[in-house]
Design a protein around this ligand. Structure first.
Ligand SMILES: Cc1cc2nc3c(=O)[nH]c(=O)nc-3n(C[C@H](O)[C@H](O)[C@H](O)COP(=O)(O)O)c2cc1C
Length: 443
């Protein structure tokens, strides 16, 4: 039976209309060329996702600083010298055209990785303060940003948004979740500044709020702007749910069109339904999951509180797998848009099939993507490196599926985790090397 709830259009505050309530959440592609420009593989991938029927596609993070990427192979748009075409405009135009070919929206997620940029990308990450991410030695100690650099980054966010609009993207999303730069400014653990960018919540949120204002000025009143925000960092001493509610109240005044709720950071990867190292977890976060609905959608219970204070549309992402849970969430009014990530890597037609009633639930491949459910490699392993390899192995598997789609192929559901992990590592290192050579030649 078709789903009128999922198929209903949504008019955003800026006047733009999403044709339905399903959004493909941002997923990093790793497909850029050595100039960090978009390629034909982006076109193929987003053409496929556009055909899948989601009303909104959000790109993987596009970086504002080519030196501090979330991953080699990120698209970056920054003012660095770059063969005379810093934005790679032609590639962006083609990407935007391919990804909107069914009348759906395509928003560019704009991001800075902050301290979560691996060593094989940079030995000099940046952050609010020099607080290192301790994760298997893979992240160097960040340098605290100077105020002039923060102001420059705000303008870069705005500049990239302007370029996205010019290239044909139909909106932008500012990435302020998952521990990346904007999100790390919100957290008292990573932000230990005592200037006007740190200390009180008002100061910690200043970078995000000023970025939203600059982006709005750059794109005008009729262009959709979204923000992705953690409902909670789920980290001892980190950005809390109460603080999230306060930031959302402030965001109400900024003319936003969509707030996407997620949660967690690399230390506590709750965005993917995983728990991180016990030493950084908060006691009370040993969550009591009461209903099937809560078990399925990781952040829906948080969205209920956020809905009460948020005056503009909400999107909730993370763990949605059944049509009934999605419909129930929409009917409750606690979200306006359902965000889906991993299911679209293994079946890009998931949105259409859910809306027309061909399927009642998405496949839950992630349940099988563990090297081991018990023992040292299990998610409950007391040994952090093994636990991390397990989570990364699952993630690597999805990266490989994205590569298959980008090459015009079907996903390879028979792919094993060790092979996916090996290919991922080899590809990351090769791409990092190619990227560094590209930037030397350009510079
Ligand atoms: C392969 C992969 C890449 C991701 N890349 C990003 C990203 O670039 N930006 C972002 O905000 N979230 C990213 N995420 C998180 C997703 O947007 C989403 O929050 C998460 O997958 C939970 O949704 P799901 O349970 O439907 O997969 C990524 C997730 C996956 C699986």
């Amino acid at each position: 039976m078709p789903s009128p709830l999922l198929s209903e259009p949504l008019t955003l505050p800026c006047g733009a209309v999403l044709p339905n309530r399903i959004a493909k959440a941002a997923m990093t592609e790793g497909l850029a060329d050595r100039n960090l420009h978009a390629t034909k593989r982006h076109e193929t991938l987003y053409r496929r996702w556009s055909d899948g029927g989601a009303g909104l596609l959000i790109t993987g993070n596009v970086m504002i600083d080519r030196n501090v990427l979330e991953r080699p192979g990120n698209v970056a748009i920054d003012p660095a010298p770059d063969h005379g075409d810093p934005a790679g405009m032609e590639g962006l135009r083609r990407w935007a055209q391919a990804g909107t070919r069914n009348g759906n929206h395509l928003w560019m997620q704009i991001s800075h990785a902050g301290r979560q940029s691996p060593r094989y990308v940079t030995s000099r990450p940046v952050g609010p303060s020099a607080v290192q991410l301790e994760l298997m030695g893979n992240y160097a100690k960040p340098r605290a940003l100077k105020e002039a650099e923060i102001l420059d980054f705000i303008q870069r966010f705005a500049n990239v948004a302007r370029i996205a609009k010019e290239a044909g993207f139909t909106g932008v999303q500012i990435h302020s979740a998952h521990g990346y730069l904007l999100s790390s400014f919100l957290s008292p653990v990573t932000n230990q500044r005592n200037d006007r960018w740190g200390g009180s919540l008002e100061n910690r949120a200043r970078f995000l709020l000023e970025t939203v204002r600059a982006v709005r000025t750059a794109v005008g009143p009729e262009f959709p702007i979204g923000v992705k925000l953690n409902s909670d960092d789920f980290r001892k001493g980190g950005f809390s749910h109460e603080e999230c509610l306060e930031v959302v109240r402030w965001l109400n005044d900024e003319g936003l069109d969509l707030l996407e709720i997620s949660g967690g950071t690399y230390e506590q990867p709750r965005l993917l339904g995983h728990r991180g190292d016990a030493s950084t977890a908060r006691e009370q976060d040993v969550a009591v999951r009461r209903s099937t609905l809560e078990r399925e959608a990781y952040f829906l219970d948080y969205a209920e509180g956020i809905r009460k204070v948020c005056d503009f549309p909400l999107m909730v992402t993370g763990g949605f797998r059944t049509r009934s849970a999605m419909e129930e969430a929409l009917a409750s009014g606690n979200t306006d848009v359902i965000g889906l990530g991993r299911p679209l890597c293994t079946d890009p037609d998931t949105p259409r099939n859910l809306m027309d009633g061909t399927i009642n639930e998405t496949v839950r491949h992630e349940d099988n993507l563990q090297l081991a459910r018990r023992g040292l490699f299990s998610p409950a392993s007391p040994l952090l490196p093994l636990k991390v390899i397990n989570v990364l192995g699952g993630q690597a598997w999805y990266y490989q599926q994205i590569f298959h789609l980008a090459d015009g192929e079907a996903p390879n559901l028979k792919l094993g985790i060790p092979r996916a992990f090996g290919s991922y590592l080899a590809d990351e290192l090769k791409t990092a090397f190619r990227m560094k050579r590209g930037s030397k030649e350009a510079g």
